[in-house]
Design a protein around this ligand. Sequence first.
Ligand SMILES: Nc1ncnc2c1ncn2[C@@H]1O[C@H](COP(=O)(O)OP(=O)(O)OP(=O)(O)O)[C@@H](O)[C@H]1O
Length: 256
Amino acid sequence: MKKIIEIKNLHKTFVLETGQRVHALKDISLDIYEQEFICLIGPSGSGKSTLLRLMEGLIFPTKGTINVLDKPVTGPLAQAGMVFQEYSLMPWRNIIDNVAFGLELRGIAKKERYETSKEILERFGLIDFLHSFPYELSGGMKQRAAIAKSIATSPLILFMDEPFGALDAYTRFQMQEDLIKFWLEEKRTIIFVTHSVEEAIFLGTKVILMSPRPGEIAKEYSINLPYPRNRFNTNFENYFKDIMKNMNVVSITHSY
Ligand SMILES: Nc1ncnc2c1ncn2[C@@H]1O[C@H](COP(=O)(O)OP(=O)(O)OP(=O)(O)O)[C@@H](O)[C@H]1O
C-alpha cells in the first residue's frame, strides 16, 4: 500500500495571549497508508483535533514534519475533504449548492457540478432535499449532506472530526453503517476523531489511542475484524476491554 501521510517527531505548542504555553502534542510519529480507516481516540484535550488540523494543513507544527504524498504540508490540502461535528454546511446555501461548492471553486460548469452532486445526494438518500436549506433537515440528514459535500470533489483523504458526536444513538449507528459502506465501495483514506471506543472499533482498520496532554501516541491497535463488524462478537469485546484498560477507565473496566 502507498504511504499517504508521514508524520515524524511532531510537537505542537500553542502560545496563549497571556504568554502561557500549552504543549498540545509531543513527539508524534505516524505513517498512514492508502485506504486505511484511522480512528483517533483519547481523553479530552489529548490533541486529537490539533493533530487532524495539522494534517489538514490548517495549522503548522512547532517541531517535526508532516508529509502528504511525499511533500511537506504548506497549507490546506487540495486532496482532502473535511467533516466537522457542526458547521460543515453553509446555512445560506441549499443542499445541492452546498454539495456543489467544492466543484464550483474548481471552476466546474453548473450543469456538470449539479449532475455530480445529484448522483452523490442520491447515494446518501437526500435526492428529495436538493433545494432544502440546512435548517430544514434533521441532524442526521445534515451530517449526510456534509459528508456528501466533503466527497464531491473526490478527495483522496477524508478528515472527520467527531462527525457523529451530536447525533442520537439510532442515527449514529445508521451513519456508521453508511460510512463503512461508502468506504468499502470507494476505499478512500479516512482519518476519524471520536470519543467513542466502540465507534472506533466498529469503523477503524487502526485505532490510535492518545495519552492525556501533552498528547502522545499511547498505543496503536490494528483491528483485525471483518466488515461489516458485529458489536456483539467476542473479539470486538476483547478490543473494547483492552482499549478501555489502556485508557485507565477504572470504573468501567472494574466490572469486567
Ligand atoms: N488554537 C488554540 N490555541 C490555544 N490552545 C489550543 C488551541 N487549539 C487547541 N489548544 C489546546 O491544545 C490542547 C489539545 O486540544 P484539542 O482540541 O486538540 O484536544 P482534543 O483531544 O481534540 O479534545 P476534545 O476531545 O475535547 O475535542 C488543549 O489543551 C487545547 O486547549
